[in-house]
Design a binder for this molecule. Structure first.
Ligand SMILES: NC(=O)C1=CN([C@@H]2O[C@H](COP(=O)(O)OP(=O)(O)OC[C@H]3O[C@@H](n4cnc5c(N)ncnc54)[C@H](OP(=O)(O)O)[C@@H]3O)[C@@H](O)[C@H]2O)C=CC1
Ligand SMILES: Nc1nc2c(ncn2[C@@H]2O[C@H](COP(=O)(O)O)[C@@H](O)[C@H]2O)c(=O)[nH]1
Length: 327
């Protein structure tokens, strides 16, 4: 591993513009059999997505991944999404009961379009076994496996049959893995993404650490096909979770999937809870993200997302904000 860096340390270098308007730039991306409006997916966390948001995103042409924390609702969720003519994209864990769940889906002919194996330490035999189980019983389903932070892990999960791997251990806003265990890609997520992308032969989803819309373009430059985002999607009108008022300002809760609040117990806690300022409508954020990414594509000197993948970059080591606050 050579030089490491993170989102803050990088600036992309502009190329000559070839469009007359940023609206000419196409931010769409294909993952598996479907095309989506943005290379962005809200995190599969309980304070980020619920059934209503999943429908809103799918109807709007955005990718989504439903979380796995109400396991008993997943069958009806798949049926409902398919009845509406929408993609069904769910998450699973690796505990014993999940094997039976996958077999039941296959027996009932309920085939999710996407299944994400959502585990903290994805470079494990438990995840490899689940990939193989999914591929055996649901061969048509696109399987996303994670999370990992090394090229070895990407190769092993791809070889086991994963259609995409999710990279990011510890860079999340409500993550405390890096502090509690000393491990992860926190602080060097962008470099880890580049390292993993060099080994990957299938799509990579960069997960965690996105703090500004420009970080999406940087992720694409360093090899991501899709970017998973939690904190920037927290705090919207539609966001699940408690709303509080403090000093005349409205906040909404955002908690980690490995937090005490999610688990209901203080065991192997690797996540925390925070309150984020109310952000208004989710669609407004998605629209702004799309406009910013269209602008990124224009600076890359192209009309499509692919233009970003080859731009030059410089390492500026934590100086790009120059004391400015972004949000
Ligand atoms: N992206 C990230 O950086 C991180 C994300 N998370 C999120 O938190 C949620 C909970 O994750 P997770 O605890 O994996 O899920 P689960 O609580 O469902 O645990 C899955 C299984 O893996 C075992 N397990 C968990 N961590 C380890 C480990 N480090 N080594 C060996 N076995 C392990 C668990 O056993 P046991 O509990 O007995 O060890 C359990 O049997 C997920 O949504 C995940 O995405 C959590 C931490 C980091
Ligand atoms: N270490 C932990 N990571 C977590 C936990 N819950 C979720 N996550 C990861 O964070 C990203 C979102 O990151 P953000 O910077 O965009 O907010 C999410 O997709 C998970 O991979 C947790 O409890 N601990």
């Amino acid at each position: 591993m050579d030089t490491v860096f993170d989102y803050e340390d990088i600036q992309l270098v502009p190329n000559k513009c070839i469009v007359n308007s940023r609206s000419e730039c196409d931010t769409s991306v294909t993952l598996g059999k479907h095309k989506f409006a943005l290379p962005v997916v809200p995190a599969n966390m309980q304070t980020i997505i619920d059934e209503k948001i999943a429908i809103q995103l799918a109807e709007g042409g955005y990718f989504y991944i439903m979380h796995r924390f109400n396991p008993e609702t997943r069958v009806d969720f798949i049926k409902d999404m398919h009845a509406r003519g929408l993609i069904a994209s769910i998450s699973v864990g690796v505990k014993e009961e999940e094997y039976g769940f996958v077999e039941q889906l296959a027996a009932d002919g309920l085939i999710p379009d996407y299944v994400t194996i959502d585990i903290a330490h994805g470079h494990s035999n438990a995840v490899i076994r689940m990939i193989q189980h999914l591929k055996k019983h649901l061969p048509e389903t696109f399987v996303i496996a994670g999370n990992v932070g090394t090229p070895e892990a990407v190769r092993e999960l791809e070889n086991a049959g994963a259609d995409a791997t999710k990279v990011g251990i510890g860079p999340g806003k409500v993550c405390i893995t890096k502090i509690k265990t000393g491990f992860g890609t926190g602080g060097w997520q962008l470099a880890a993404l580049r390292w993993c992308a060099k080994a990957a032969t299938k799509p990579i989803i960069a997960d965690g650490g996105i703090r500004t819309h420009g970080d999406i373009a940087k992720s694409v430059r360093f090899g991501a096909s899709m970017v998973m985002i939690g904190s920037l999607f927290a705090g919207h009108e539609e966001s699940p979770g408690e709303t509080i008022e403090k000093d005349g300002k409205v906040f909404k809760e955002y908690f980690g999937s490995a937090s005490e609040f999610q688990k209901g117990e203080k065991k192997n806690v690797e996540g925390k809870k925070m309150h984020v300022e109310y952000k208004g409508k989710l669609q407004d954020t998605l629209t702004e993200m799309q406009q910013d990414l269209q602008s990124s594509i224009s600076y890359a000197g192209g009309k499509k997302l692919e233009a970003i993948r080859t731009v030059d970059y410089v390492i500026v080591k934590n100086s790009i904000f120059n004391g400015d606050k972004v949000y």
